[in-house]
Design a protein around this ligand. Structure first.
Ligand SMILES: [Fe+2]
Ligand SMILES: [Fe+2]
Length: 172
């Protein structure tokens, strides 16, 4: 069964949103680098790679279903934030927004009786639970740290431990 035009358009839109997510996190990585927070920068850079993996999953899915991928312009992300806490509050807010987009896409796949798309999107539904959870945890940690430089330094070290690899999995 070929992808409906409606679903094809909606998934193309989601590819754009995933690439914007990558762009947003790369901008946060650059900001963290400039602020002398290399651990935050590493975390964000890996997060950006994961988002490219999400885009590529959908890219491959559209192609495999005989659809046509059409790439659109990617919006400019903000270049600066007021604090590391503000950065992670935006990560959480952004991921909550993306969860809403995935849910709406799933609803569309249900309405179109497209079971293969529903299956593909189930991976994203699960992934969004993880994304919101990990962003929420860092927000909590940053709130506890407050403005203690030592606490921020420790958290930066911890975030810098994040390993790439989940991105490779996501791109499979
Ligand atoms: Fe994503
Ligand atoms: Fe995400």
């Amino acid at each position: 069964m070929a992808l409906s035009k409606k679903l094809e358009d909606a998934i193309n839109e989601q590819i754009n949103k995933e690439l914007y997510s990558a762009y947003l996190y790369l901008s946060m990585s650059a900001y963290a680098e400039a602020e002398g927070l290399p651990g935050f920068a590493t975390w964000m850079r890996i997060q950006a790679q994961e988002e490219v993996g999400h885009a590529m999953r959908l890219f491959d899915f559209v192609n495999n279903r005989g659809g046509r991928v059409v790439l659109k312009a990617i919006e400019m992300p903000p270049p600066v934030w007021k604090s590391p806490l503000k950065v992670f509050e935006q990560v959480l807010e952004h991921e909550q927004k993306v969860t809403g987009l995935i849910n709406r896409l799933y609803e569309l796949a249900l309405n179109e009786n497209d079971y293969a798309t529903q299956m593909e999107l189930q991976w994203f539904v699960t992934e969004q639970v993880e994304e919101e959870d990990s962003a929420g945890q860092v927000v909590e940690q940053l709130r506890r740290v407050g403005d203690q430089p030592m606490g921020l330094h420790m958290l930066d070290k911890e975030l810098g431990q994040r390993q790439a690899g989940a991105a490779a999995e996501a791109a499979e």
